[in-house]
Design a protein around this ligand. Structure first.
Ligand SMILES: [Zn+2]
Length: 343
C-alpha cells in the first residue's frame, strides 16, 4: 500500500479529475476550470496544476471541504471519508496511472511590446501628465472619485484621449505603466465617460499589457504590505487611503495572465492581499502567488453598488477596512468576511 504522503503530494489532481470525466477549460497554463462535481455551475471548479490543488468557489452546498488535494477530490466525488478515499486512491489503477509529478507549467512565450510603440506611448504620456492640471477634465473627474491632487501627481496620472478604430475619440485619464525595474512599459486609458462596462479601460494597439502590472513607479522598498487590485482607479485609491504605506499594483483587468509577473519582487512583501471583483479571480491570483497571499473580493451593497476600493474611498471607510484586514493577517487569522457598517 502506498504511503499516504506519496498520495497526497504526487497524485496529479488534474488527472484524477479527468479520469472521472470532468470537462475543464484551460484558462491559463496553470489553471483549469469547469463545472463542480458537487454543486454544478459552469466555471466555479478550479484546478491549479502548479500547486496540484483544486478549489470550488461556492462553499455553500459543500458540507465538507470546498478545496484540497487528490484525496479530498476523491472524497468529494465518491462521498466517502478520508480513510476510504486514501484506500481507493492507493489501491486503484487511478493512482498508478496518475502518480506523476504535477505538470510543470510551460513558460508561455509572450512577445514583448515593440520598443517603437513604447517610445510612442512615452511621448503620449509625457504630454498627458502635463495636461492633468488643476481644473482639467481628468483632474476634476478624479477629484469626483475621491482621488486627490497629490495622489494624481504621485501616480503621474494624465489627461489624454482614446481613439477607437471607428475614429470616435473620447477623453481619458491615462496612467503610465512601469515594470519592477521602474522602466516605462506602457500606458492605459480610463475613459472619463465609459461607453459600457466592457469599454472602460483601453490600451494602445500593440501594447502587451496582459502580463504587466501598473504601480511599480509608486513602489516603496520599505513597505511590507502589498495589495494587488483589479481596476485602474482602485490602485491609487488604496495608495491614498494608506498614505503610500501599502504598495499597490494592478493588472488593470481580470483578463490578465500572470505568467510573467515578477513573483520574487511580489513575494518579498510580508503580507500580500489580492483583491478582485470576483472571488474566484482573487483565488486564482492568490494561488499563483502562493502560500500566504490573501484573496479578497468586492462586496455588493444592499442597494446594488459594487463596493470596490474606489467606492470605499469615497465612503471614507477604505483605510479602516484595510487596517482591519492587516491586523487579522498579522494575527495569523484568515480575515474571512469582515463587515464594516456603511453609512
Ligand atoms: Zn462546488
Amino acid at each position: 500500500m502506498q504511503n499516504e504522503n506519496v498520495v497526497r503530494t504526487e497524485v496529479n489532481v488534474l488527472k484524477i479529475a479527468e479520469s472521472y470525466g470532468f470537462t475543464l477549460d484551460s484558462i491559463h497554463e496553470t489553471t483549469h476550470r469547469g463545472s463542480c462535481p458537487k454543486c454544478g455551475g459552469h466555471d466555479r471548479f478550479i484546478i491549479n496544476v502548479e500547486r496540484n490543488r483544486w478549489y470550488c468557489r461556492k462553499s455553500e452546498g459543500h458540507t465538507g471541504n470546498n478545496r484540497g488535494d487528490a484525496i479530498q477530490l476523491v472524497m468529494l466525488v465518491e462521498g466517502c471519508n478520508y480513510v476510504e478515499a486514501n484506500r481507493l486512491l492507493s489501491s486503484s489503477a487511478l493512482a498508478r496511472t496518475s502518480t506523476v509529478a504535477p505538470a510543470t507549467p510551460k513558460a508561455k512565450e509572450i512577445t514583448p511590446t515593440d520598443p517603437a510603440i513604447i517610445l510612442e506611448m512615452k511621448a503620449i504620456h509625457d504630454l498627458a501628465w502635463q495636461h492633468n492640471t488643476e481644473g482639467s477634465k481628468s483632474s476634476d473627474f478624479l477629484l469626483s472619485r475621491g482621488i486627490n491632487r497629490a495622489t494624481q501627481e504621485a501616480w503621474r496620472m494624465g489627461l489624454s484621449c482614446y481613439e477607437f478604430a471607428s475614429g470616435y475619440k473620447t477623453p481619458t485619464v491615462s496612467l503610465p505603466w512601469y515594470d519592477d525595474k521602474k522602466q516605462f512599459c506602457g500606458i492605459s486609458h480610463r475613459l472619463i465617460k465609459p461607453l459600457s462596462k466592457d469599454y472602460k479601460t483601453m490600451f494602445p494597439k500593440g501594447m502587451k499589457w496582459g502580463s504587466l502590472l501598473c504601480g511599480w513607479h509608486t513602489h516603496q522598498a520599505a513597505n511590507d504590505t502589498l495589495v494587488i487590485v483589479e481596476g485602474i482607479l482602485n490602485a491609487p485609491s488604496i495608495y491614498q487611503a494608506m498614505s503610500g504605506k501599502f504598495n499597490v499594483l494592478t493588472p488593470g483587468s481580470e483578463n490578465c495572465t500572470f505568467s510573467r509577473w515578477p513573483m520574487d519582487a511580489i513575494r518579498r512583501h510580508k503580507r500580500i492581499f489580492v483583491w478582485a471583483d470576483k472571488p474566484e479571480v482573487a483565488q486564482v491570483w492568490a494561488d499563483a502567488i502562493g502560500e500566504g497571499a490573501i484573496p479578497m473580493y468586492s462586496r455588493i451593497s444592499a442597494d446594488g453598488i459594487k463596493l470596490d476600493a474606489n467606492e470605499l474611498l469615497r465612503r471614507d471607510v477604505l483605510r479602516a477596512q484595510l487596517l482591519l484586514r492587516q491586523r487579522f493577517a498579522v494575527a495569523g487569522k484568515h480575515p474571512g468576511q469582515i463587515h464594516i457598517t456603511l453609512r
